[in-house]
Ligand binder design. Structure first.
Ligand code: ZN
Length: 174
């Protein structure tokens, strides 16, 4: 298994809209395995294919403490949305940043599993937040897009500075 490289905000590739998966093939299966491995290794609770620069509609999620409750959602659709909740969100593509975002409280979701079978379920609380956050990635949206322009620009410059520093350090090493 491979740890995939995660795109960091404000990389423009995070704004690409992912295409629906036509047929689940070996390449998708391998991608799902590597995405799951990457999510667990990075201590994330969700990862969208967009974040690893693969632009088809695939999400992996596991909100359990024990990392033993993996959900794979392919071509996910939100069928119903009710209520609202606010949650302090973070993102593997926006490292070290946590901000409150308002989302729907309860959602009803339909998706294909990794074997190509449709399933439907209701989610609330953290799972609901996580699914909405990951589907946003597939639609080319990052959670900081919900914040004020002022906050977003502050985050953007901070992350660009960090990335430049990393580049300089890497150059020194070679
Ligand atoms: Zn994210």
């Amino acid at each position: 298994m491979t740890i995939l490289k995660i795109l960091t905000y404000p990389n423009p590739r995070l704004y690409k809209i992912a295409k629906p998966v036509d047929e689940i093939n070996k390449c998708h299966q391998d991608l799902i395995k590597n995405m799951t491995h990457t999510m667990y290794e990075c201590n994330g609770i969700g990862l969208a294919a967009t974040q690893v620069d693969f632009h088809e509609r695939i999400i992996v999620i596991d909100i359990s403490e024990e990392k033993n409750n993996l959900m794979v959602l392919i071509n996910p659709d939100i069928l119903e949305r009710t209520g609202s909740q606010e949650y302090q969100e973070g993102c593997l593509s926006v490292p070290q940043i946590f901000e409150k975002v308002e989302r729907f409280e309860k959602i009803k979701v339909r998706a294909l599993d990794q074997y190509g079978k449709y399933f439907e379920f209701e989610a609330d609380g953290l799972l609901s937040v996580c699914i909405q956050h990951e589907i946003d990635h597939l639609d080319g949206k990052v959670f900081v897009d919900y914040l004020s322009a002022l906050k977003r620009n502050r985050i953007k410059s901070k992350l660009i500075k960090v990335q430049k520093k990393k580049l300089i350090n890497n150059e020194k090493k070679t």
